[in-house]
Design a protein around this ligand. Sequence first.
Ligand code: FAD
Length: 492
Amino acid sequence: MSVPADEPGNPAHAIFERFLRAGECREVLGCFGELCQQLGLQGSGLQLYHGLKAALNYWSAKALWSKLDKKAGHKDYDQGTACASTKCLVVGAGPCGLRVAIELALLGARVVLLEKRDSFSRNNVLHLWPFTIHDLRALGAKKFYGRFCTGTLDHISIRQLQLILLKVALLLGVEVHINVQFKGLVPPTGKVGGQGGWRAVLQPGSSPLSRYEFDVLISAGGGKFVPEGFKRKETRGKLAIGITTNFINRHSRAEVEVAEISGVARIYNQKFFQNLYNKTGIDLENIVYYKDDTHYFVMTAKKQSLLKKGVILQDKADIESLLSPENVNRDALLSYAKEAANFSTNYRLPELEFALNHRDLPDVDMFDFTCMTRSENAALVREHNGARLLLGLVGDCLVEPFWPLGTGVARGFLAAFDAAWMVRRWAAGTPPLEVLAERESIYQHLSQTSPDNTNKNISQYSIDPATRYPNINLQAIKASQVRDLYLVGMVE
Ligand code: FAD
């Protein structure tokens, strides 16, 4: 049997190639563990990265190292020494937790990342702004996923994005632990012979990571998880019911020819929505269709049409009861989603067959977007027995996105860079209130960001906010205004 070019008889090369191609979270971690064992490498951080690089110096691996070296060579990281004595805990291996973990690793911090699940199962597709595509290419995305943003494509499934970022994070020495849930903080006891630093309460409690002491906690646990101490603000809009659905993509010629819909809103194309309504009884505010690993549709549906089509059984004033499983006819929901998908693609996608979700059920979901939350602040500091802990939020746990606009990952990455910048300032010994005031000054801009009002020179983007936000005033908020973000004493 001939040996493929990438596997010139060296078992480590073969394992590395398997690692690059691995398509499941556990498989990625398994291959990585095998690789380190095969190479006799231990430890973490950039030291591990340098060990891997030295051991895997054949052409295919070298192409990836040259990308990562270029990235790591940026002046913001001070050659991996900017945060060399900082210990970070990152909660959540969603795209934003992984992305911030990568930046912290490049800054030279020790980074432990916890994820309560053990699989990446979201088929749903995220819209990528040009800077996120550029950013992911610079991290070697194409090496891990050859189809990454080919041609004019500007989207990726959530699970593929997680896989790419997980691989980069591991190579840069991030310590990733799955099936571990963060439950809360343990303040330092400060007693002689006691624990000197902040630790985490974890599930399972037997996890050796319960002993890990850290001085920075970044929460990237998604929309439903926010650590204690942060206040949430609700933004209540008019009733918005979102439906997402995924169909199997067989990549046939007929499927390739069907045009994507990168976002049609009712106000821009009344005729389309009127025709849809006349023909099918489906009444939508907007619809997006992306052709990715799956055929992915996200739409905002009007309540009356969901009632009329028997998707929602009974009208109810409170939205939670309205969309509760008991009040939804799942078969009618599947038909509604399929009909909308068929109509909006001119019935050109042959034999639409639902892709399956992590429960092995047709991948169709209905969500409420009427009320979305954001955190009032992006960071805070806790101090107990003289030990300080910097806490920052990124991603959906900072600001929940409206999916049909697909802003989640772009604003999530911006916040990940901002959080990494904050940790850099913290590690440099900047007074805590100054760090917090600067972080809040930057956070003020996040919800208004768009590809049009962020800097055009995306190749220059770095964790430094000035490279991304034009004319940003980093002192817009003063240290005296953030005193209540410095909490002294016990965790409630
Ligand atoms: P997430 O991607 O939600 O990741 C958070 C991670 O933290 C998860 O893996 C979770 O398991 C883990 N976690 C949570 N709590 C803990 C804890 N206590 N301890 C350890 N780990 C924890 N956006 C769109 O634009 N279009 C879509 O169609 C779309 N579909 C979505 C479908 C679902 C089911 C969800 C949850 C989100 C969806 N989003 C969608 C939002 C999009 O995924 C996010 O905007 C984007 O992934 C960035 O999210 P994140 O990394 O901040 O959080």
